[in-house]
Design a protein around this ligand. Structure first.
Ligand SMILES: [Zn+2]
Length: 190
């Protein structure tokens, strides 16, 4: 009798654990799908805006079978904090294509540094961030640019690797300490 009760308890616990895992896996997946800065086209202005989805809430919603998707930050806030958040549809349809990291990585990949011509591969999280060369010949890391400005900059700026960005920044800030010949960025039609 004791053994059979124990068996039932174990069976119930295993079943409960199985049910929890069955819910937890898509919940964790939802968290990783929606975390990070996303770019959307604002339905009001039709311009790019940078938003953050409440990924923790979305994950909890999946766990509790009450799907919840809302913004926790937008580049138009606080002025437009009470908008209808219709832009969330764009993230729901294609979260990966809205992720700033993927957009930036896609822009660099296949291009070459404007100075040393080294080709770019996909962005790596542990690598130094590459930079952008503006029409004023100043370089800046892409992470220092407001994300919602990136789509415009991609049509006016050229890609620069981190090494050249550091070298060119030093050259610009301390010209008196540099004696070697300046590398000119390769001019090309964007
Ligand atoms: Zn370079």
């Amino acid at each position: 009798m004791t053994i059979s009760i124990l068996t039932i308890i174990v069976a119930v616990l295993v079943l409960a654990a199985g049910l929890f895992v069955a819910r937890a896996v898509p919940s964790v997946r939802a968290f990783f799908t929606f975390r990070g800065k996303h770019l959307v086209t604002c339905p009001e202005t039709h311009k790019p805006e940078a938003v953050d989805v409440a990924a923790g809430e979305a994950a909890l919603g999946v766990l509790l079978s009450e799907p919840t998707l809302r913004l926790k930050e937008c580049s138009r806030w606080p002025e437009r904090q009470h908008c209808g958040q219709e832009c969330l549809q764009q993230i729901e349809v294609s979260p990966e294509n809205c992720l700033v990291w993927n957009i930036v990585s896609g822009w660099y990949e296949g291009k070459s540094c404007a100075f040393c011509h080294k080709p770019f591969g996909p962005l790596q999280h542990l690598d130094h961030a590459p930079a952008l060369l503006g029409p004023d010949l100043k370089t800046s890391e892409w992470k220092q640019v407001r994300p919602e400005k990136l789509p415009d900059l991609f049509s006016t700026h050229q890609p620069v690797c981190w090494n050249c960005h550091i070298t060119e920044s030093f050259r610009r800030l301390h010209p008196e300490l540099v004696t070697d010949r300046r590398l000119e960025p390769r001019r090309h039609v964007i």
